[in-house]
Structure formats: C-alpha cells, structure tokens
Ligand binder design. Structure first.
Ligand SMILES: Nc1ncnc2c1ncn2[C@@H]1O[C@H](COP(=O)(O)OP(=O)(O)O)[C@@H](O)[C@H]1O
Ligand SMILES: [Mg+2]
Length: 295
C-alpha cells in the first residue's frame, strides 16, 4: 500500500482533501492513476495501491533513462486528461498559484512566517510591475479555453511501472488552462537545466543564453511531449503553445518558491532560474521555440 496524509486543520488542506475525495467518489478515470483503497477524513489519511516495482519521472531523469518515447507517452496522457469532458463536480476555483493576491501584498501571517529567502523572492516579485502584469494577464484566460487540468504536474507525479504510466497527486485537479500542465512539463526540464549553470553571477542576458544552451540538450524531450500531445488533443486553441511557454517560465518561480522555504537567502542558481522564468513570462512568443513548444 501507499499511504499518504494531508494533515487536516487548514482551509488549504481541507480543500486538497475534498478534491481528492470528489475524484475518488466519482471514480472518474480519464487517465490511469493508482487505485485508491480508502480514506479517513478525520486524520487526513489516504490509502492507495502501491505501484511496484516503479520509478517516477524524476528518478528516470536522474538515471538518464527519460527518453523521447517516454516524453511522448506522457504527452499523450496529458492530452487525454485535457480532452476529457469536464464532470459536474470538478473544482472551478482559481488555482492557488501564481499567487495573484500575494503579488500585490502579503497577508500579515504569511509575512510573519516567511523566512529570509522567501521574503527576498516576494520583494523581487512585488517590485516587478511588468512581471506582475504579465502573470495577471496569463491567469485571465477565457473560461471557454479551460479543461480538466492536473495543475501540479512535476516529473515525479508520473509513476512508471509494469509497462504503464500512472499520474499521482491529484489534489490540485480543477478546471483550468491546459497550458499550465504543458508549461509545467517544459518548466521542469528548464529548471533542471538551470541547475547546471555554474558561476551564475553573469549578467541576465548571459544567464539566459547559457541556460538556453544547456536546455538544448533536453529540448527534444519537450518537443516529443508537445508533438504527441497535439497528435491526440482535439482542437487545441491557437495560443496554447505560447501560454504554455509562459507557464514554463512561471514554473521557475514555483520551484524557487518551494525551494526558498527555510533558506536564509536565494542561491545564485535560483536567481538565475528566476531570470530565465521572467524572460519567458514576459515574452513567451519569443522563447516558445527555444523551449521546444514550437507552434
Ligand atoms: N501508489 C503509488 N505507488 C508507488 N509510488 C507512488 C504511489 N503514489 C505516489 N508514489 C510516489 O511517491 C511520490 C510522492 O507521492 P505524492 O502522492 O506525489 O505525494 P506528495 O504530495 O508528497 O507529492 C510520488 O512522486 C511517486 O514517486
Ligand atoms: Mg507529488
């Protein structure tokens, strides 16, 4: 068995738990996921069938075994999810991230609990008017373009075993811009590439150029994912690739936000990731091809 706990008691945790229960109660299965055997709302425990032997996408990437065929399989799977008719119980609330409210001002409790690296990041974000405006535009996609979307699609959310791919961690599932999931996939590879940039004290343009060169090595994986996605997806909208590139940019902020928790400062490599992310959010059309999301 695979047991996981979402510690109850905060509104956020309760929403996450509720979304999972709605999914499992409806037995909605647009793409494969591990079977849920039961849950207990009081303790926030959920029990799943253990997929074994298995490796997740991140382990596969670390082992050097994430190939174009794998990327293509994941692209098809994500397209099937986005093509699924939206069930009536699906959460239609806005995703928690990008945190549009916090881009303007932090609630006092968040400010008080933030560590120095988080405050450094919030200061960067809130002081960047162009970035904040671009993120707000990005999140204002018309309802008609929204589809069922996973909304937390990192490489480790794909569990591969026994010849199958299963998607896990459905607690952000909702009706949302499908570009979020595509962008997260591309953004994962972008973030991994950035970690290879040494001496990130170079100026912004140089960092972007070096990141792009590094990324060129894994770009075929994003291209393969995106090609397979479009082969399966019925009527993707024209702006999907461009918005996905922008969300790949946002993903750098998402990852750094998670990494900053508990740190006393942002590391140079994290600042480099933010610079690359910013370039993508501000001008996704210019960099879509660079990240493998060619129109
Ligand atoms: N049913 C399962 N069988 C085998 N491995 C799993 C299963 N569910 C999740 N995992 C693995 O455990 C990791 C963490 O599980 P996940 O549900 O994503 O929790 P978290 O909320 O901590 O990200 C996943 O990235 C995946 O590698
Ligand atoms: Mg997870």
């Amino acid at each position: 068995m695979f047991v996981k706990q979402i510690e109850p008691g905060t509104p956020e945790a309760d929403r996450r738990f509720r979304r999972l229960i709605a999914l499992e109660s409806a037995d909605w299965m647009p793409v494969p996921r591990p079977r849920c055997l039961g849950w207990d709302a009081e303790s926030g425990l959920l029990v799943y069938e253990l997929v074994t032997p298995a490796r997740d996408g991140r382990q596969l990437a670390d082992d050097g075994d994430f190939d174009e065929a794998t990327a293509g399989r994941l692209g098809r799977l994500v397209a099937e999810l986005h093509d699924a008719p939206s069930p009536h119980w699906l959460d239609v609330s806005a995703p928690r991230l990008p945190p549009l409210g916090e881009l303007d001002a932090l609630p006092l409790a968040v400010y008080r609990n933030a560590c120095a690296a988080e405050l450094e990041l919030w200061r960067l974000l809130q002081g960047d008017e162009a970035l904040v405006a671009a993120l707000k535009r990005l999140c204002a996609v018309p309802d008609a373009l929204r589809t069922p979307a996973h909304c937390d699609l990192r490489l480790d959310q794909f569990v591969l075993g026994g010849g199958d791919v299963r998607l896990v961690d459905w607690d952000e599932l909702r009706l949302a811009d499908p570009a979020r999931d595509i962008g997260a996939f591309a953004g994962e590879w972008l973030y991994r590439s950035t970690w290879d940039i040494a001496g990130a004290d170079a100026d912004h343009e140089a960092v972007v150029a070096r990141g792009a060169a590094r990324f060129a090595e894994v770009r075929p994986l994003v291209r393969s994912f995106w090609r397979a996605y479009r082969e399966v997806r019925r009527e993707p909208d024209d702006g999907l690739g461009r918005r996905a590139a922008a969300f790949a940019g946002w993903h750098q902020f998402d990852r750094v936000l998670a990494a900053a928790e508990g740190q006393s400062r942002l590391r140079p490599v994290e600042r480099a990731a933010l610079g690359i992310g910013r370039a993508l959010v501000l001008d996704p059309g210019r960099f879509a091809d660079t990240v493998g999301l060619t129109a």
